[in-house]
Structures are given as C-alpha cells and as structure tokens.
Design a protein around this ligand. Structure first.
Ligand SMILES: [Fe+2]
Length: 293
C-alpha cells in the first residue's frame, strides 16, 4: 500500500472534471487474492449480512457487508483515505453552500454516525459472475452521508472477467444526463461521489445528482471491495422513488428523503406518509423487517 504516492491534487482535478478519479494500484495481487478468498472463507463472523441483488431489484450478483471489527487492511484503507478526502468533501460543501463540515479524521465522523443510530459497518465485498450487473443507485444509509466513496477492483480485467465496467451517471439540472465509464485495473481504486457533486458551469457552480452501477459481466468472475465512509442504519440503499425506509418496527417508521427532492434530515412518523407506504410496498418481498401497510 503506497498511499503517500497518491497525487491528491490530481484526484481533486479528476473528480471535478469527470466525477471519478483512479488511484493506485494500492493493493498487490496477493492482497487482492486474500480479500477475494474471504468471500467464500466460511468465516461468517467476518460479515454481518449477505445481499442477493435480484431479491431486491438491485440487479444480479451478490455482496456481503463486513462486520466490525473490520479486517485490518480495510480498516487502515478506510481510516487513511478518509483524511485527504475530507478536505475535498469540505471544499464541495463550501461551493455548494451546504453547511455540513467533515472532521479531518475518520473517528469523529463515525462517532457522529453512531450517535444518530448509524452503527453498522458499510465496507463490503461484491461478487459478480457472467450475466450479473448492478443497477444505478446511491449508497445512502441514513441521515449522515460522506459524499465520496471508493471501489477497489480485486480481479484482473480480461484475465478473470470481461465486461463489468463501473458506470457513473450525472443527472444535470434541466439538461440530459451524462454517463462516464471508468476502467480500473486490479488493485486500483476508483473514487467517486455517493450522491452529488459540484460542477463548474458557464454561469457558476451547480449541483449534479450522481448514481453508479456496474454493466453486465460478459464472462468470468469479478470481485470488488467497496469502502463507504458513513455507517449504516439499514441495508436498504436509496431507491429511485425518492424515499428510503430506514427502519420499521411496530407502527413507527423512520424515513429519510431524497437529496434530489431537496429534503434533508429524518423524521419519525407514527403513520408513514403515502410515498413511504409505496416505498414499503416496493421493497416488500425483501427478507427484511418491514412496516406492513
Ligand atoms: Fe454502490
């Protein structure tokens, strides 16, 4: 791992220009192989949950969320990469006139998540085989969201798999959406926005809504390591109808609105609003405890 070799000015420039920045390789072939082997190691204490994407309409393929304590290499990457990214995240909020500021080290930001009930680890291993894909989405898991995340490619393109490219889309206000396909080699990481980013336009800076996914794998097997810097209250990511059902027990629901709709913060509803009922309906069938409308 050679974090000191990363040119953070270049990362910032690439993020501003394209919405993505490739770093590394930070992981050796050996380290990539070791991480891939964790997936089927049978050590289920390593993971807190396995998600089969087709069951939730997320695509095809599967992933597992690590449990705390994280494997050391993942913990180290998450802690160390947070620090330079927090400076970029604060610059973004500054130009977007968003009040939230991120601490310069990860621990106090995690404390902020945990105090809000977002206590579950979010780093994850993803596994795709031929025909698998990941629909466009945003990795929001509660009120607190760090605006940048990293995906490390653990497999070697053309040797281990074909197809399966990371796809980012930018939904620009009153304009058509733009797509970016990011090619990454084994051991490299790609830094990209979780839900939005600032773009410099002719008449000032505006905000674009970002989504990401993975195109269909043509052959082989592809593993990635995803590092998300906020923790989770729920395993249900943001869905396109604009609301996330975070928790539902008895007759109490906690919901977070979509950033697209200008809603921030969370609220408790003894009777969920109508759009939340449709959210509950849409994800019904998931193996999750849901409020029953
Ligand atoms: Fe994701």
């Amino acid at each position: 791992m050679h974090l000191e070799a990363i040119d953070w000015t270049q990362v910032s420039t690439d993020l501003d220009a394209y919405g993505a920045a490739v770093i590394g390789p930070l992981l050796s072939t050996q380290q990539c192989g070791d991480l891939v082997r964790l997936y089927d190691s049978g050590d289920e204490n390593l993971f807190r949950n396995r998600v089969v994407m087709s069951r939730h309409g997320y695509g095809r393929g599967e992933y597992k969320y690590f449990a705390y304590p994280l494997p050391e290499i993942i913990s180290e990457l998450r802690t160390k990469l947070y620090e330079p990214l927090s400076a970029i995240a604060n610059d973004w909020n500054d130009v977007l006139k968003i009040d939230t500021r991120y601490p310069s080290t990860h621990r106090p930001f995690l404390d902020r998540c945990h105090q809000a009930g977002q206590t579950r680890a979010t780093p994850l291993l993803l596994q795709y085989v031929a025909g698998d894909f990941n629909c466009l989405h945003q990795d929001l898991y509660g009120e607190h969201a760090f605006p940048l995340q990293i995906a490390f490619l653990l497999s070697a393109p053309d040797r281990d798999f074909r197809g399966g490219e990371l796809v980012l889309t930018e939904q620009r206000p009153r304009m058509q959406s733009r797509a970016e396909v990011v090619h990454v080699n084994q051991g490299q990481g790609v830094i990209f926005p979780v839900h939005h980013r600032p773009v410099q336009g002719a008449r000032g800076i505006y905000r674009v809504t970002m989504r990401h996914g993975v195109s269909r794998l043509r052959s082989g097997t592809r593993h990635t390591l995803g590092i998300i810097f906020h923790d989770s209250q729920s395993d249900i990511p943001q869905m396109d109808f604009g609301w996330t059902l975070l928790h539902a027990a008895d007759d109490e629901c906690i919901a977070v609105g979509s950033v697209d709709q200008g809603f921030s913060g969370s609220g408790k509803h003894s009777e969920p609003p109508r759009h939340l009922k449709s959210a509950a309906n849409a994800i019904r069938g998931a193996d999750l405890p849901l409020w029953n409308p």
